[in-house]
Ligand binder design. Structure first.
Ligand code: PMP
Length: 443
């Protein structure tokens, strides 16, 4: 194993895998060509693009999917965490069927939103009252605007590498589509620097928004020290602390806030919370959320045709009450994290500078054995190796997100997890001349 991989070596290995991919996936290629006439670059969802062209899926069942060329895959993308229940959970299916039977556009409140709201408030004590919306992006925009209105201030602190939605994302290269809020960026897990930044913003600071696991930048967990500091400093400044738990609310029965025992002022949810259908939510204390009471003089108005759409509400209720119960959430976190830790042990055993950062069912492959506490800790050679792993795994029938993310879904069997482990092992053996040598154990 080399000390650092040669760029050319990874590129030519990737080119060779891509040739196999193109030869064996002609139907996806054809759809990609057709789509170019109607969708810019054949794309309507940036994260799904990869070179030479993405797979077009025909169907899914349990924790597997099948592409339009007839290749089957173990689905480790899990719809970037929204697919927690897999593709065919009978309980979810029955709930959606029931909603369809009763009519889908009722233009009125229904029992379903009452039930889903009550299940969510029972699970997340910081959420005494909440409102539904259509996506995690909407939930975060609304949470930030709530904080701005409640505090009468306008500055926001977010973190480098964070993703709070297509118009609220902070990659190194910036994002011209971001909504024009007054955002200052801190470094994730930087306790002193962020504390100073909060002090400097003083009485202009409306909100601090943070993912308890920094997701799109590589599933980097926050330290407990960092999160506790944010809680204390936000309270001292009078700003609202917003936890974006759009993905991480699945990490145990109370999400990351339960695990870290920190109570944010506002929490945002999405992804699996509508049973795999489009859904978002934001909520906090009864006092803060009372601003949305339509009978309150000068109350905030937040409309949205599909805020309480019956299919997502019904699927969400069924999911939280019958499938992803608090006990199941805890058990799922424990078993998936043991699996993730086992993958790290395999990397050490094979002498590969490689690790799977994250927690439980949410993790990302990186090619370093150093501790990763912020995006800058991920070395430049990691990304091309992740792309190589992505293409290798895909050709072996294991679907991973293009950037090396994994989101394990509930129906994933022990055999399927072992197939992923086996794929990791085969990858290390096949490319040991390209993967840097590992020195240390990682957690
Ligand atoms: N926040 C986080 C942490 C996310 O991962 C995402 C989606 N990847 C969002 C917000 C936005 O959610 P949506 O795609 O439903 O708008």
């Amino acid at each position: 194993m080399p000390a650092t991989p040669t760029c050319g070596g990874v590129e030519s290995a990737l080119a060779s895998l891509r040739e196999t991919y193109v030869r064996s996936r002609p139907a996806s290629a054809e759809l990609f060509r057709r789509a170019a006439h109607f969708l810019p670059g054949s794309n309507t969802r940036s994260v799904l693009h990869f070179s030479p062209y993405p797979l077009y899926m025909a169907s899914g069942q349990g924790a597997t999917v099948e592409d339009v060329d007839g290749h089957g895959y173990i689905d480790m993308v899990g719809e970037f965490s929204a697919g927690l229940y897999g593709h065919s959970d009978p309980v979810i299916r029955e709930a959606i069927d029931g909603a369809l039977d009763r009519g889908v556009v009722l233009a009125a409140p229904t029992l379903l939103e009452v039930d889903l709201a009550s299940l969510i408030t029972a699970r997340f004590p910081s959420i005494e009252r909440l409102r539904f919306c259509n996506s995690g992006t909407e939930a975060n925009i609304l949470a930030l605007m709530t904080a701005i209105n409640v505090t009468g201030r306008n500055k926001i602190i977010a973190f480098r590498g964070s993703y709070h939605g297509g118009v609220l994302t902070f990659p190194p290269e910036g994002n011209p589509l971001n909504i024009p809020l007054d955002v200052t960026l801190g470094d994730y897990n930087d306790v002193e620097g962020t504390e100073e930044m909060i002090r400097a913003a003083g009485k202009d600071l409306a909100a601090i928004i943070v993912e308890p696991i920094l997701g799109a930048a590589g599933n980097i967990p926050a330290t407990s020290e960092f999160i506790s500091m944010l809680r204390k400093a936000a309270s001292a400044s009078g700003a609202l602390l917003i936890f974006d738990e759009v993905k991480t609310s699945r990490c145990g029965r109370g999400g990351m806030q339960g695990r870290l025992e920190v109570t944010p002022d506002l929490t945002t949810l999405g992804k699996y919370v509508g049973g795999g259908l489009a859904c978002g939510a934001f909520g906090g204390s009864a006092e803060v959320m009372a601003r949305f009471d339509p009978t309150a003089p000068g109350g905030l108005k937040h409309a949205g045709t599909f805020n309480n759409n019956v299919c997502a509400m019904a699927a969400g209720v069924a999911g939280l009450s019958q499938v992803f119960t608090p006990e199941r959430a805890d058990e799922f976190l424990a078993t998936t994290d043991a699996f993730r830790v086992g993958l790290n042990a395999l990397c050490v055993e094979r002498g590969a500078a490689m690790q799977f950062s994250g927690l439980g069912s949410i993790f990302t492959v990186h090619f370093t054995d150093r501790a990763i506490t912020r995006p800058a800790d991920i070395p430049g050679h990691s990304r091309p190796l992740s792309q190589l792993f992505h293409m290798f795994a895909l050709l072996k029938g294991v679907l991973v997100a293009g950037r090396g993310d994994f989101f394990v879904s509930l129906p994933t069997s022990g055999v399927q997890l072992q197939a992923l482990r086996q794929t990791v092992d085969e990858f290390i053996r096949a490319y040991e001349h390209l993967i840097p040598a590992g020195q240390r154990e990682v957690a």
